[in-house]
Design a binder for this molecule. Sequence first.
Ligand code: ATP
Length: 293
Amino acid sequence: MKKAMVIVNPSSGKEEALDHVERIQRILKEKGYGVEVAQTEKELDATNYCQDACHNEFDLVVSLGGDGTLNETINGMVDQNHRPLLGIIPLGTVNDFARALNIPLDVEEAIDVLRSDRSKKVDIGRFNDRYFVNIVAAGALAEATYEVTQEQKTKFGPLAYIMEGMKTLTSNNSYPLRIEHDGEKWEGDSFLFLAALTNSTGGFEKLSPEAEVDDGAIHCYIVPQMNMIRLAGIVTAILRGELKNDSEVHYFTAQEVKLTSEDDLVTNVDGEEGDHLPVNLKIMPSHIDVIVK
Ligand SMILES: Nc1ncnc2c1ncn2[C@@H]1O[C@H](COP(=O)(O)OP(=O)(O)OP(=O)(O)O)[C@@H](O)[C@H]1O
């Protein structure tokens, strides 16, 4: 019999996760799975449960929680030889990965997707010795995301990040950056560096519209230091989904990127605080198989 593990974070969303477990179990049983349910209690539980599922050759792992639970689940399978199929039931505020994969944000509809026989192999990014699924950012926008409170997220949803980002964009602080990729080098004062794998960041789907989940590329954007008037142009370009077309923005795709700075600069990885520079990014093409509509 095929084996499925449902990893549930009871605290996600409006603490509704447990209400959905029974229906998920029913659907998976109909699909011929024996189902095990693993409830998280604290940080890294989802990673450990998922690692167990890999070691025990489970066929499917379902993440029922927010982006935090999903990222932890993915981190648990990325390094394993046996990687189960992944089901995503988004219960978070933002749900970037689900958005990028066109998985419904309505919970009942997302659960229905588990009936699907379709799946999509998606890219994962290596980030030093861990992984990312959406974006790595360094610079002002990265700093801004820490300022977003849970209250703002709940009240304004994805808009909270944009509002907070806009505030910081007007302060125009830049950092010296060195970016090496595939034998090329960019060096200079930069306002923001973004490395995106998907088109959805903070629930906003226009920051990196060219990034596809399965194109085998890291889409990079360098916004160099500039004056406030030009900066206003950048904001407009972001809102229009045309950041890459701005004449001052340096855009490239890469398989590997090395980011260093003489300043002490912290990164933002999938919306959470990440390592301080230097960091190495590397694409792992078509690495995880996700159930889709
Ligand atoms: N039983 C639990 N009670 C409280 N916190 C938990 C529990 N289990 C896991 N956690 C914590 O919940 C966090 C993940 O929460 P979640 O999956 O809702 O993601 P999120 O990033 O907070 O979502 P979003 O910000 O999009 O709403 C992890 O940091 C984990 O440590």
